[in-house]
Design a protein around this ligand. Sequence first.
Ligand code: SF4
Length: 82
Amino acid sequence: MALLIVTDDCSDCDACIEPCPNDAIAVSNELYVIDRLRCTECVGHFDDPQCLEVCPSECIIADPDFVETATELRVKYESLHG
Ligand code: SF4
């Protein structure tokens, strides 16, 4: 599944944007958002989600409304980086 930023807990520190290998994180209307169509949970690049590794507010969670299997994440990675 894609990941989701809990904006109420986000401190706007900017730490998550650069580590994302899929350019999935952006600022929109002063809120940090993860593009669920680009987030692969870092499958194909890293063993663990990089945004989770760097977030000091621990405000990034799995999006319960956008569940994907490991195979689907791999297919998404290949479609982004084919
Ligand atoms: Fe980007 Fe990986 Fe975080 Fe998804 S899990 S938003 S791909 S850094």
